[in-house]
Write a new protein. Structure first.
Lengths: 208, 208
DNA sequence: GCAGAATATGAGCGATCACTCGTGTTCGCT
DNA sequence: AGCGAACACGAGTGATCGCTCATATTCTGC
């Protein structure tokens, strides 16, 4: 009847009531991802556990992928805050100390919601509309490269583009792996300090 | 009727005919994973494309996971060969040269079947019986640690366990990311050499 | 208080999934 | 040649999936 898309591109929430519906759907999706895994996170189950009808779910999200993407975006927003504040702090510090600040922030960021982070990293198929995970890393390269440019007088002569790739990839892998697969490395403050010390040494040694 | 498990734990292939069936199933699974992705790799589709009945598939594999696990194992076997031969070569070389050998091998290993490697890394949910992916990395830590022990006179005083974690995780992440997300880094011999140079510098600088 | 827009509902459809089992075919062995 | 074991077959079952749409309820502006 109406020529407006009946169910397809989905409408945007405008009233307070519908915004609450959207929120509870995203939150429930995150909870199910953590508690039951990606496979069991069907739209029917999400709607049921959210206390929202399946019809309402499809009023705001075109499908499961969109729900998961919303969860990812929300999680990234958190990580982004930590990253931005660390970069701000590091920019006024000498290189060695700045790198340590950034490494510490990387560990912190991975500890925000480790169980969700793990699911996003290990169970979400990076395919279709979910493959933009990579663009997030690109932005990190760019931000770190800008940091290096501002401290280029403290570095050996390097290709900053390449150096950013090496540093960001290594730190991300080390913190990610430590948090998710080697919990012993964060068991106490001493272990945590050792991890940060070693990672900082790796990066500073490479850059200078 | 028979008290032997009728269809459950599945039998092992003994005749040449059935071994061929198993082989074509694994091969087809790998092909579908690469060409259509993990989601579309259903047991029905695998059997159909392999030219094997769905019943035969279930005679040898308890389910989709087992098929995928077999593909992973086969791929790992290939990687393992490269790793072993590189470690053998490196063990008789001085540290800087040995590390370079190992880094080169890491890049080589990632280039064996990059499309399959990508699918295994990005689309396979590491859950259930598929989570043993990590034990593979553990073995790499151990092998590299043994290498470091044999060259400990060339190193600064370090915790070899921790150093192995740092080195293996970094090199793996750098080569993985370069091969899968930054193809420009392997476009020509010069770029490839640069990547290997930088990675080697990172590791050697850290160890000495 | 009322009209129309926004929001919410859920039974149910068609597709696909993993997997079974009764039956037919081929093999190894004597 | 003949027998039992190994192997292969595929229609069919029940569960679950993503998703639709006709209908009901609630909100907003006047």
């Amino acid at each position: 009847m109406a020529r407006k898309p009946l169910t397809n591109p989905r409408k945007q929430a405008s009233q307070a009531r519908s915004r609450a519906t959207v929120d509870v759907l995203i939150e429930t999706t995150a909870r199910i991802l953590v508690r039951e895994g990606f496979d069991r996170a069907s739209t029917n189950r999400i709607a049921e556990q959210a206390g929202v009808s399946i019809g309402s779910l499809y009023q705001y999200f075109p499908g499961k992928d969109a729900l998961v993407a919303a969860v990812i975006d929300r999680h990234r927003e958190e990580l982004g805050k930590v990253a931005r504040s660390a970069l701000l702090k590091a920019s006024t510090q000498p290189l060695r100390q700045g790198i340590r600040t950034l490494v510490t922030a990387a560990v912190e960021a991975h500890r925000i919601d480790p169980r969700l982070h793990r699911v996003l990293a290990e169970q979400i198929p990076r395919t279709g509309r979910l493959e933009k995970v990579e663009t997030f890393s690109r932005r990190n390269y760019a931000l770190f490269k800008a940091y290096l440019e501002r401290h280029s007088d403290e570095l050996r002569t390097v290709d900053l583009e390449l150096a950013s790739f090496v540093c960001v990839t290594s730190v991300e892998a080390l913190t990610h792996s430590a948090v998710l697969h080697n919990p012993a490395m964060l068991a106490d403050d001493a272990a945590l300090k050792t991890l940060i010390d070693e990672t900082t040494r790796l990066i500073v040694g490479y850059l200078q």
